[in-house]
Design a binder for this molecule. Structure first.
Ligand SMILES: Cc1cc2nc3c(=O)[nH]c(=O)nc-3n(C[C@H](O)[C@H](O)[C@H](O)COP(=O)(O)OP(=O)(O)OC[C@H]3O[C@@H](n4cnc5c(N)ncnc54)[C@H](O)[C@@H]3O)c2cc1C
Length: 452
């Protein structure tokens, strides 16, 4: 890939109407940045093929960009950054099968309006909807609920441009779909994705504080009884903020949050107050425990119901960094207790909560829930705070419980680890050899986690 590292002034592409000299690329968490040599903004599949073919010819590299919401360097472009901003929207709907095909650059927050006229919804979502569809599935983005897999489990078909510039259609009966669905951006540029949707539904949300010890003791019962259950714990407190969402038919009457309440809860308390707390906590760490008790007393006590997307996702405007680990569901509380003891034994002044979620087992080769029902423990730090020691020590704990890192969140694992952790890892590497023989989609992160 030597030709890809420096800026190539000799290479004058004929397709420069949508290929421009870009500025700096940075991810949301401000952990990664790059100055790609070119940015491509294709609007047609044939243009994507051409970008890849031209990159191969000049021994270059292509990285499909999502919304930059991964904390790891997984989306960091080496040479050509390929934006799918002009490849968004609905391609086809199969109403009887409840399936939709979307252009891969569609943002998750654009999908509800596309599905609504057809009475459909995505079965589950994560905390936010700012990601692109392709980006979210490629890293195994998930929400919570032991009967529901991550977003990639909704994928029943995909069209991608492989590393030779050829279009590949991977359908439901092709076993390779299990590799493509969580493909880490290593197998090709996804251009269309078909999702299995469900009938639109309403979620009733109950958010309430509860004593942490009670939440730990009753965790498996609570997570098993609810459709979608999660809790947050602010280090230094003995209270957990719990969230329980119950699925109801679309015909159920709703009592949504008023615009004012949503503004106060989600914008003022969850974001602006959190930002203030993080900044004050940095300047005067001794105030952190008081600020956290104030924050927990202001948040997490409400009941409302709304269409599913209005409940699953919220806005996150306070920048943070995150490391998240999947462990076998029945060991989640042991692992959480170990993280809790670790945090309580250190003087880390953590102003962000620890989040605990769950997901169903699935059969996707590189899904963090592959082959096992999983609990997820996520640790966060304000982006201006030092995270290295906290994340490193938590990683050690999580490894002792069989933890698998989220592909888009910070960790230090490499290919040796994943070889022993994922039974189908070897098949994924073989598929990569077939789909990307020239390693046109490689970057430093993939070199580390997959090998070169
Ligand atoms: C505030 C915040 C909240 C989050 N909440 C959650 C959560 O609730 N649950 C969870 O699991 N994760 C969560 N994440 C992590 C996030 O969902 C993932 O990192 C996700 O991959 C980001 O999507 P993106 O569109 O930003 O993709 P990027 O981060 O830009 O890219 C991710 C990967 O997808 C690849 N990719 C993008 N487009 C294509 C394409 N067309 N073809 C092939 N590969 C492609 C990229 O090359 C890269 O390898 C959160 C992150 C943030 C910052």
């Amino acid at each position: 890939m030597s030709g890809a590292t420096g800026k190539s002034s000799r290479w004058v592409p004929s397709w420069e109407q949508w290929l421009s000299r870009p500025g700096e690329w940075r991810n949301w968490g401000r952990t990664e940045s790059a100055r790609p040599n070119y940015t491509a903004r294709p609007s047609k599949i044939e243009d994507v093929c051409q970008v890849v073919q031209r990159a191969v010819e000049r021994d270059g590299a292509v990285k499909a960009l999502g919304a930059g919401h991964s904390f790891t360097g997984i989306a960091r472009p080496r040479d050509v950054a390929l934006s799918l901003e002009h490849m968004r929207g609905l391609v086809a709907v199969d109403a009887s099968a409840r399936r939709v095909t979307l252009r891969a650059g569609t943002f998750l927050h654009e999908i509800p309006a596309l599905l609504e006229p057809h009475g459909l919804a995505m079965p589950n979502l994560g905390d936010i909807d700012r990601q692109t569809l392709a980006g979210a599935i490629s890293t195994g983005t998930h929400g919570t609920g032991t009967a529901f897999g991550g977003i990639a489990t909704q994928v029943v078909g995909a069209t991608l441009v492989d590393g030779t510039g050829q279009v590949r259609v991977v359908s439901e009966d092709d076993p390779h779909l299990r590799g493509v669905a969580v493909g880490l951006g290593a197998l090709g540029v996804l251009v269309e994705v078909t999702l299995q949707c469900v009938e639109a539904f309403v979620l009733e949300a109950v958010e309430s504080p509860a004593p942490l010890d009670e939440v730990i003791d009753g965790y498996l019962d609570r997570v098993g009884a609810a459709d979608h259950y999660e809790f947050y714990w602010f280090p230094g407190t003995s209270v957990a903020l719990t969230k329980t969402n119950t699925r109801l038919p679309a015909s159920a009457s709703t009592s949504p949050l008023t615009d004012v309440r949503r503004f106060v809860d989600d914008r003022v308390v969850s974001n602006e107050a959190l930002r203030a707390m993080c900044e004050i906590g940095r300047a005067a760490p001794s105030l952190t425990p008081k600020l956290i008790s104030l924050a927990t007393s202001l948040t997490g006590d409400r009941r409302f119901s709304d269409v599913s997307t209005g409940v699953f996702t919220t806005r996150r405007t306070v920048r943070f960094r995150e490391s998240e680990w999947a462990v076998p569901l029945d060991r989640t509380m042991e692992a959480f207790a170990a993280v809790r003891s670790l945090v309580e034994s250190r003087d880390w002044n953590i102003t962000f909560p620890i989040e605990v979620r769950a997901a169903a087992a699935d059969d996707l080769w590189l899904s963090t829930a592959s082959g096992r029902e999983s609990g997820y423990i996520a640790v966060h730090r304000y982006y201006r705070d030092e995270d290295t020691e906290y994340f490193r020590e938590v990683e050690k704990v999580m490894l002792s419980f069989g933890g698998r890192p989220h592909w888009g969140k910070m960790h230090t694992r490499s290919a040796d680890f994943f070889t022993s952790e994922y039974p189908r890892f070897g098949e994924f590497l073989e598929l990569r050899d077939t789909f990307d023989p020239h390693r046109v989609f490689a970057n430093d992160y993939l070199d580390r986690v997959l090998g070169v």
